[in-house]
Design a protein around this ligand. Structure first.
Ligand code: CP
Length: 349
């Protein structure tokens, strides 16, 4: 926690992997492997983290709470609008609506109590020009005087690290260059957050893999910010980026199939108009026939996953499915991120 006199000049947050250098990410992944071998540490002894959830969670909440406990720390969960006051994020707002307090006070007060703040705040999917500002996460980062961790907003960087750690474990090597990676859209009855898709594209290209973004139509291409990050990563790290709408050619020879459903950005705010496209593409489900086209690829998903909608029982129950390993690794990578953030100068007591 921070008193005014101890406030650091510049705090390092974990908002996106793209903000962290490759050596920093590699060090976190190595540290996470250490925590997987030996779960207990003391890096958070006497320290605490506020986990602020605007949306539901199974994995994120459990892995952060237990991870903090393993390192001698304490986590407190807050759900604004449920067990904590609803929060206003707009600068200059006349607060005569539902919010009872402003992020300017919330973030600074929490910073007096805790040593880190985790934030989960999904986009509202009413107006993407608003959602893409990531105002809730940015509001916490702007006003907090302790490190802020993105627990999924419009990206999901903790999932990225767990995903990479799992692939590195499976292939027995930290260098994933040369692997053929497919991020495939799948059907879901509702238009879902693009965060994990943005993140998968970001980290797969950051690791220098040959990446295919497979989706039904160009409407499902991701926000230009993340497409640009992916192109930048390819330029800096090698590998390649291809957008495909052809299932068979995308799966052919792939080493990794990563599935996610997401909403088409041009239809945000008018999702019923997207439904017909969505319904026409139920066949994007990951099944044994598609997996048979691959180079004995592994399959993964961030979870939660609707069986026999996004992926079949046979794929989920196959030895190629790494989704549960990836979920476990969330805890290990998050412990390494928390340990790194509390050790930075000006934050450590
Ligand atoms: N993958 C993931 O973040 O899971 P939860 O939504 O259950 O936290």
């Amino acid at each position: 926690m921070q008193s005014l006199s101890a406030r650091p000049v510049s705090i390092k947050h974990f908002l996106n992997t793209q903000d962290w250098s490759r050596p920093e990410l590699d060090a976190v992944l190595a540290h996470a492997s250490g925590y997987k071998r030996n779960r207990i540490g003391h890096e958070l002894r006497g320290k605490s983290i506020a986990l602020v959830f605007f949306n539901s969670s199974l994995r994120t909440r459990t892995s952060f709470e237990i991870g903090a406990y393993h390192l001698g720390g304490h986590a407190v969960v807050l759900q604004p609008g449920k067990d904590a006051w609803p929060i206003e994020f707009a600068t200059g707002a006349v607060m005569d609506g539902d919010p009872e307090e402003h992020i300017a006070e919330v973030a600074r007060v929490l910073s007096r109590y805790v040593d880190m703040i985790g934030v989960r705040a999904f986009p509202k999917f009413i107006d993407w020009t608003v959602d893409r500002q990531d105002a809730v996460l940015r509001g916490f980062a702007r006003h907090a005087t302790v490190p802020v961790i993105n627990m999924e907003t419009i990206t999901h960087p903790c999932q990225e690290l767990a995903h990479v750690m799992t692939l590195q474990e499976h292939f027995g090597q930290t260098d994933l260059r040369g692997k053929r990676y497919v991020l495939t859209w799948t059907y879901h009855p509702r238009a879902l957050n693009t965060a994990v898709a943005n993140s998968a594209l970001t980290i797969a290209t950051r690791m220098g893999m040959d990446v295919t973004l497979l989706c039904p139509t160009s409407d499902y291409t991701l926000d230009e910010r993340y497409m640009a990050w992916a192109r930048q990563n390819v330029a800096e790290n090698g590998g390649s980026l291809t957008v495909s709408h052809d299932i068979a050619s995308a799966y052919a020879g792939a080493d990794i199939i990563y599935a996610k459903s997401w909403g088409a950005l041009p239809f945000i705010g008018r999702q019923p108009e997207e439904q017909a496209i969505r319904e026409a593409n139920r066949h994007f489900i990951v099944d044994e026939q598609k997996m048979a086209l691959t180079n004995n690829a592994v399959f993964s998903h961030c979870l939660p996953l609707r069986r026999n909608v996004k992926a079949t029982d046979a794929v989920m129950d196959s030895p190629q499915c790494l989704a549960v390993d990836e979920a476990e690794n969330r805890m290990h990578v998050q412990k390494a991120v928390m340990a790194k953030l509390v050790s930075q100068p000006g934050v450590q007591e």
